[in-house]
Design a protein around this ligand. Structure first.
Ligand SMILES: *Cc1c(COP(=O)(O)O)cnc(C)c1O
Length: 388
């Protein structure tokens, strides 16, 4: 029997990371030791208080049944309390918070709730690929909003044409940003709210990196802190990055009541919530000892400083990130990002992500992920330095 894929699946562009994996295997087969600065998955363990809480909760038979679709009331209240404390935003845990099996799950299901065939979704480019692919799965059309260096890696809302605005239903944003590490400056979210109101577009802000920052006096903002933010938007949060919990699959969406209800309706028809023991561990993450998070910021800061000092000594151009754990660096000369990354991999065994893995406007850049210990990072940097 011939197994035929659906058109929507055939339309998915080739995953760039699959190509990198192939090249990695080739280089490794030559006996070269591979160091990956390619993947944004924290290397450090989940803090032990969180693991303890999971382990206790896993023994409780009350946690062994189907969880509630929208998340345990105690988990949703924890999110609301955390928003009040961290962002001074008041949320109704019953109507304005829904749990997610990781924020990627919620992001991927959002277009199914709001996009009809032919509708447009505004997606940052470079950006997290899930925004445009989930748009495609819902039959929508992703319209790239270029994140250019000259605009501080913010989309230029004024340049979005009128016919596109008319057809647009959603706008995805992500600050602190993956892959550029840019932070949204004061005033930007206000402009977004005005744009969303004028054009009746639901803003979907991916806030996965708000807790990974290096300036204690100016931590990244929530979109919902903006006047009108919860009227025009929703925000995705995640425990993955701040608590090294990428494998645990826990996150949330907050904001506009009707939009949260619509996303919840999709989810009740697709999944059955998050294992309650994981939700209890999530409560511990946000309410327990926060010193592991402060330590984590210091670790990323040290790695950032180490990588920045090497890349600047080698004459590369980039901005020192104020948040997130990526360096977004210009490729030297007139090589394409893919050529440069391939050359570095072949010559040194170090994996970098070419900017075009995040969209065509990523051309001319590569991303360095700081999710690797200082020893290996330093080894990778020395190899790049030796390669010239
Ligand atoms: C890592 C990451 C997430 C988080 O994904 P989870 O599904 O919560 O693990 C979301 N958005 C971006 C841009 C990310 O890099």
């Amino acid at each position: 029997m011939k197994i035929e894929q659906a058109d929507r699946l055939k339309a998915v562009p080739r995953y760039l990371f699959a190509e990198i994996d192939r090249m990695k295997a080739e280089v490794a087969a030559k006996g070269i030791d591979i160091i990956s600065l390619g993947i944004g998955d924290p290397d450090l363990p989940t803090p032990s208080n969180i693991i303890e809480r999971l382990s206790q909760a896993a023994h409780d038979p009350r946690n062994h049944q189907y969880p509630s679709y929208e998340g345990m009331p105690a988990f949703r209240k924890t999110i609301a309390d955390w928003y009040a404390k961290r962002f001074q935003v008041g949320l109704d845990p019953d109507r304005e918070v829904v749990s997610l099996i990781g924020s990627k799950e919620g992001i991927a299901h959002t277009p199914l709730a709001f996009v009809n065939p032919g509708d447009v979704v505004l997606c940052p480019d470079p950006g997290y690929p899930v925004y445009s692919i989930s748009t495609l799965f819902a039959g929508g059309e992703a319209y790239p909003m270029p994140l250019l260096e000259k605009n501080g890696f913010l989309p230029d809302l004024g340049s979005i044409p009128g016919q596109i605005r008319k057809k647009a239903k959603l706008m995805f944003l992500n600050y602190p940003n993956n892959p550029t590490s840019a932070v949204a400056p004061k005033g930007f979210f206000e402009d977004v709210v005005a744009f969303a109101r004028d054009n009746q577009i639901l803003v979907c802000h991916d806030a996965a990196y708000t807790e990974i920052y290096f300036d204690e006096n100016d931590p990244p903002r929530s979109f919902l802190q903006t006047q009108g933010g919860s009227e025009v938007g929703i925000e995705f949060g995640s425990l993955s990055k701040p608590y090294n919990m990428t494998g645990w699959r826990i996150g949330w969406a907050t904001g506009n009541t009707e939009a949260i209800a619509a996303l919840g309706k999709i989810k009740t028809n697709i999944d059955s919530g998050i294992f309650q023991a994981v939700q209890e561990a999530g409560i511990e993450a946000l309410t327990g000892d926060q010193s592991p998070l402060s330590n984590l910021r210091e670790i990323y800061r040290a790695r950032r400083d180490m990588a920045c000092s090497t890349f600047s000594r080698l004459g590369f151009t980039f901005q020192v990130p104020k948040a997130a754990f990526y360096l977004w660096v210009k490729t030297p000369g007139d090589q394409s990002s893919a050529q440069f990354a391939a050359r570095i991999l072949n010559e040194t065994g170090v994996v970098l992500t070419p900017g075009t893995g995040f969209g065509k406007y990523g051309e001319g850049f590569f991303r360095v992920s700081l999710t690797i210990g200082e020893d290996r990072l330093s080894e990778a940097l020395s190899r790049i330095e030796a390669a010239g």
